[in-house]
Design a protein around this ligand. Structure first.
Ligand SMILES: [Cu+2]
Length: 315
């Protein structure tokens, strides 16, 4: 009798072990009915889950999504699923058609937005960030880059978008795909330019829609217009400093304390601190200095005593 109990105990224990083992082998995480499994070309199940969670926070741009070699789906995203005038973060994710699993090793290259100016029958490109990279190692299958679109789509002109992608040895991309670029609402003006000699520079304010009342990090990129203008505009190699003077034009042009000028960072962006003490329209007057401290933009042509080079942000 004791033996039988022991045998039974062992049998149950081994069953337990077997089921433990099989649980360990199943690395999948099922969420919302989607089976996120680990994949040699990407991620652990946990990383796949992080990618999946990120995708829930952004929206697909169908025009910029494609497939490669019949094997991979390429998904392009922005926060809103649309593109607007000024700076736009652009995200890419690649999945295997067969399994739906994410792929980590892909490269986005030659990102080229082009605008056709109807009246002049002239084409120009726009500022584009250097390369598309992983920006959060907890989700290694999401790559981020940016474009800053000079104008919105209108009767004056329209945009097309091209890029190349390489996925695990397969090549593809999007060629001259028509895209719509929305205008920003009144009270929002996030892209300005200035000239130094014959060179034109663009100031792309990064995501001011994320700002809250109070102290915020303010970030911009400075890009230089290319020759020919159909080549995407790369970051300016020069080093500038951008002084900011935020004012509320609807409230007697009062300012705010504790603003810090934007200086160049290792990643090529410029960051500083802006303090917006209340909601409403803020006009952020800019003075741009070169590396020697000479004012190169925003110093003369003052309007009401303020620099006529400014971004508008409405909180
Ligand atoms: Cu244009």
């Amino acid at each position: 009798m004791n033996k039988k109990v022991l045998m039974l105990f062992l049998a149950i224990a081994s069953l337990g072990l077997v089921s433990c083992n099989s649980n360990d082998d199943e690395t999948g995480i099922v969420i919302d009915g989607i089976d996120l499994t680990s994949d040699v070309d990407c991620c652990s199940a946990e990383e796949a889950l992080q990618v999946y969670r990120f995708i829930q926070t952004v929206h697909i741009i169908p025009e910029l999504s494609t497939s490669v070699d019949g094997k991979y789906d390429v998904w392009a995203y922005t926060k809103t699923g649309t593109l607007h005038r000024g700076y736009n973060d652009l995200y890419f994710v690649v999945t295997k058609k067969k399994s739906g699993n994410y792929v980590k090793n892909f490269n986005i290259k030659n990102v080229t937005p082009l605008m056709h100016m109807v009246k002049m029958d002239m084409w120009h490109s726009t500022p584009v960030g250097g390369s598309f990279e992983v920006f959060d190692t907890t989700r290694p299958a999401v790559k981020r880059g940016w474009v800053s679109l000079l104008m919105n789509t209108s009767d004056a002109g329209n945009w097309q978008f091209s890029y190349d992608i390489e996925v695990l040895g397969s090549k593809g991309g999007v060629e001259k795909q028509a895209i719509n670029v929305e205008a920003l609402p009144d009270g929002q003006d996030w892209l300005k330019n200035f000239k130094v000699g014959d060179d034109t520079y663009f100031l792309s304010l990064v995501n001011p829609s994320d700002w809250k009342t109070g102290t915020n990090t303010i970030q911009t990129y400075i890009s230089k217009k290319s020759t020919p203008a159909t080549t995407p505009y790369a970051l300016a190699t020069e080093t500038f400093t951008i002084e900011i003077d935020p004012r509320m034009p609807d409230m007697g042009n009062h300012t705010s304390p504790d603003n810090v000028a934007l200086t160049k960072q290792q990643d090529g962006s410029y960051t500083g601190t802006i303090n917006l003490t209340m909601t409403g329209l803020w006009r952020i007057h800019l003075t741009v200095k070169d590396s020697k401290g000479n004012i190169v933009a925003g110093g003369d042509d003052l309007k009401d005593g303020f620099s006529s080079l400014y971004w508008d942000v409405t909180l």
